[in-house]
Design a protein around this ligand. Structure first.
Ligand code: HEM
Length: 507
């Protein structure tokens, strides 16, 4: 959504040049005339608010945030041919995603680049509501992310946590006590997910190469102007060619690992490093409702990428904001450390301890309330035209849920600005993170499309923070400096000034 100034100029010129063509097509398409859409800033003919957003110089989430005071809890942005309807209110979110969840549970049409990488919506997150989504989601939830399965991967997590702490320690030693938080956290989570996904032992270099590949894919997926103005797509043949090349590179890189795992399963004992279970095992012969064959190799690549991408940046982002808050609130850090010591004494904190650690759970909940890693849930769409808050919601609109509007709402929270884990302990405030008993925060979304990785991600965030605080005392770098809590949008909302912190090993 962050378009450079070069893009602004180029696209303004292009828009003028081809406006006649677009006008013709948009008129043919109907353009949403006669609908009572939610209010929104007036836009230009054809391009809608596209250039206003691009020219504002604000991150997209900031632009949206600034519209709320003027337009209220539900508003519209027209981005070229796409209509984006934003929900920024707990009651509307509950009505749409929970009470009328069946209606709001599909995804909008995919742009052409995304369609290439999702194998035409053959992933849990991109699939339309229907048999493919049901089959893929059921498999992920029941066969991979159930609580029994999660326990089986404890060894992988323990190993990754030890390596994570060693890496931090080594980095601090080489840099006078300073460490970059996001990078190490990201790598640790990625290692866990890789092992769970492929069930193969991989050296650090291979894991780093896979990570690079996945990052290249995410960059290729960044929205382009022709996603909003398809009539301009003839000017983007170079970018389309590049997307095809990146997809081919991804297939060439990932398929050999898939085949290696397939062989290890076919010849048990042949690969000594292969683990007993992996996500791929659940996918090889997966029965997809309405289809005779299981997933193709290309589809397996898309499903594995989804597994890796869904859980890596999101979790690492939470850790970065979490450490930033523990530095800015030393009393919270001390209290957390005290809880760890009183719960486990001198031994290493283990995920089995998490249940007993009330304060740790409160810190993580407060962290996800204040800093949901993604500010928008994945885009929803309605399966048939409907109304919400008296406005029309057409089937071709993107329904976007703005998450901070709920977690930061002063009608729902006392001093929402304050990072205060004690709010949950005092018994005065609480929130069901799954949204089942009420929607007060929704870092994982709510309703039928709620993040299937919720339980695993919560274990990862709890465990990483607990180990980090048990091993080290965290403070600002440079010493005495103030933490800047400005965010910037990448795939998630990370810290604008990526966090470097000082650590001191605990005595
Ligand atoms: C702190 C970590 C995480 C956060 C904050 C997070 C957040 C989210 C959010 C907001 C959604 C959109 C829900 C909606 O459409 O309304 C989502 C969906 C999804 N997440 Fe996560 N997620 C996290 C970790 C994970 C992990 C670890 C995995 C799996 C390995 C995962 C896999 C998915 C998938 C597959 C979907 C799509 C679900 C569907 O469309 O049915 N996520 N997540």
């Amino acid at each position: 959504m962050d378009l450079s100034s070069y893009y602004h100029l180029l696209f303004t010129l292009l828009a003028v040049l081809v406006s006649g063509v677009i006008f013709f097509f948009s008129r043919k398409a109907g353009g949403g005339k006669g609908l009572n859409l939610p209010p929104g800033p007036p836009g230009w003919p054809i391009v809608g608010n596209l250039f206003q957003v691009a020219r504002s110089g604000k991150p997209f989430f900031k632009y949206v945030e600034d519209l709320r005071p003027k337009y209220g809890p539900i508003f519209t942005l027209k981005m070229g041919t796409r209509t984006l309807i934003f929900l920024a209110d707990a009651n509307l979110v509950r009505e749409a995603l929970i009470e009328r969840g069946a209606l709001f549970m599909t995804r909008p049409r995919e742009n052409p680049t995304r369609a290439i990488f999702s194998c035409d919506k053959f992933t849990v997150n991109a699939a339309l509501y229907g048999p493919v989504w049901r089959s893929l989601r059921r498999n992920m939830v029941q066969n991979m992310l159930s609580s029994t399965r999660l326990k089986e991967f404890k060894g992988i997590r323990d190993d990754a946590m030890d390596k994570f702490i060693d890496r931090i320690r080594a980095e601090a030693k080489a840099n006078g006590g300073a460490v970059w938080v996001l990078k190490s956290a990201r790598f640790a989570v990625f290692c866990i997910l890789m092992a769970m996904c492929f069930g193969l032992e991989m050296d650090e270099e291979t894991i780093e190469r896979m990570d690079e590949m996945m990052k290249t894919v995410l960059i290729t997926l960044d929205p382009r102007i022709d996603d909003y103005l398809p009539a301009l797509s003839l000017f983007f043949s170079k970018e389309r060619k590049r997307a095809m090349e990146v997809r081919q590179m991804q297939l060439d890189f990932v398929i050999p690992f898939i085949e290696k795992r397939r062989k290890a399963l076919e010849n048990p004992g042949s690969d000594k490093s292969a683990t007993s279970f992996s996500y791929l095992d659940t996918l090889f012969d997966l029965k997809i409702e309405g289809r005779k064959s299981g997933p193709t190799s290309a589809e397996l690549v898309s499903l594995c990428s989804e597994f890796l991408n869904g859980g890596t940046d999101t979790t690492a982002t939470a850790i970065e904001w979490g450490i930033a808050q523990l530095i800015a609130n030393p009393e919270v850090q001390s209290k957390l450390y005290e809880e760890i010591r009183s719960t486990v004494g001198d031994r290493k904190v283990d995920e089995k301890d998490m249940e007993k650690m009330v304060y740790l759970n409160a810190v993580v909940k407060e962290l996800l309330r204040k800093h949901p890693p993604t500010y928008f849930s994945l885009t929803h769409a309605v399966t048939e035209p409907t109304k919400l808050a008296g406005y029309d919601i057409p089937t071709d609109a993107n329904v976007e849920i703005y998450l901070p509007a709920v977690g930061d709402d002063p009608k729902l929270w006392k001093n929402p600005e304050k990072f205060d884990p004690d709010r949950y302990i005092s018994g005065n405030e609480d929130a069901d993170i799954t949204g089942i008993t009420g929607v007060k925060m929704l870092p994982f979304g709510v309703g039928r499309r709620i993040c299937p990785g919720l339980a695993m991600a919560t274990v990862h965030v709890n465990l990483m923070l607990a180990r980090m605080v048990q091993e080290f005392e965290w403070s600002a770098y440079p010493p005495g400096g103030k933490i800047d809590f400005t965010g910037k949008l990448e795939f998630t909302v990370i810290m604008k000034n990526t966090l470097q912190a000082m650590i001191k090993p605990r005595a």
